[in-house]
Design a protein around this ligand. Structure first.
Ligand code: SF4
Ligand code: SF4
Length: 285
């Protein structure tokens, strides 16, 4: 079984649209949407959820009002200002450090596992998909990404699927590291802008650090041919093969609006180019 991750140094490069197109072209896959802070692959795939679980990570404090003597020690001790004057804990502000529980002489404060989001296994028209949603303001997205990847891997083994295709998060943070670690190929989607160039360089440094075989695609390449050339030069210098230049096409948005990948939307030159890119990707793994 192989694992391919599609990432981008920044958001808005067309990463998810291309991932959905690759999912359409691939056979016998499990999809993993690891963009847990802003998952959107489900918007294109209309998943039918067959399993839903709570994701818990870290701890959160609660106060037993029956035992509380209103001494105020916990409020004074909380450096995150998560406890107000009426001894009520704000679950968003609480960082789970347990200082309040230590200073409470009445044993009125209990630490609980914190609910941080949900993860799902769904059926889609392109195969099974594992995806997740981190609650607003919650951290530990790296742990949730690892959980999504583990579940996708298990599913692929159970169903004898040949490929796990990951829609990774943008950027270079811990959730990206959790998405790329141990994969067979990282495909970086970029666009011909100055930030696209710098973000590609940062993403490539990350994949090289983890010794991940890396390829690049320049999306909307014709909006700035000079910059596309600079990106190709940079890729050559970094030893990253550019496996495709895709011209700007409004069909990406039109396809998204009706919940389809561009491959399903039409069969024009852009779609054929994406098919050729997918063949290149298959060649890499
Ligand atoms: S430290 Fe304990 S007893 Fe004092 S206000 Fe906080 S919860 Fe209540
Ligand atoms: S666990 Fe830490 S952050 Fe949360 S309320 Fe207690 S002292 Fe504040």
């Amino acid at each position: 079984m192989k694992t391919i991750v599609v990432i981008s140094g920044k958001g808005g490069t067309g990463k998810t649209s291309l991932t959905a197109s690759f999912a359409m072209l691939a056979k016998n896959i499990v999809l993993a949407d690891c963009d847990v802070d802003a998952a959107d692959l489900h918007l294109l795939l209309s998943p039918n959820v067959i399993e839903e679980q709570i994701f818990r990570s870290g701890e959160i404090a609660t106060i037993d009002k029956e035992l509380c003597t209103d001494c105020g020690a916990c409020c004074d001790a909380c450096v995150f200002s998560a406890i107000d004057d009426s001894n009520t804990i704000d679950p968003i502000a609480c960082e789970g450090c347990a200082t309040c529980a230590l200073v409470c002489s009445s044993n009125a404060i209990v630490m609980h596992p914190a609910e941080c989001g949900r993860w799902f296994i769904s059926e889609t028209r392109l195969g099974p998909m594992v995806h997740a949603k981190l609650d607003p303001g919650k951290e530990n997205s790296g742990r949730l990404v690892s959980l999504v990847r583990t579940k996708a891997q298990e599913l692929a083994e159970q169903q004898k699927r040949q490929l796990v295709l990951i829609d990774g998060p943008p950027g270079i943070g811990c959730s990206v590291i959790a998405s790329i670690a141990g994969t067979d190929l990282a495909v970086i989607i970029t666009e011909p802008t100055m930030s696209g160039l710098h973000d590609l360089e940062r993403a490539t440094k990350l994949t090289r650090h983890f010794q991940i075989n890396t390829a690049a695609i320049i999306n909307k390449s014709d909006i700035n041919d000079d910059m596309s050339g600079e990106i190709e030069d940079l890729c050559n210098k970094l030893g990253v093969k550019v496996i495709g230049r895709i011209p700007y096409s409004t069909d990406f948005v039109k396809a998204q609006l009706i919940g389809k990948s561009i491959i399903e939307y039409n069969d024009d030159a852009v779609s054929r180019q994406i098919r050729d890119i997918w063949k290149e990707i298959e060649g890499h793994i």
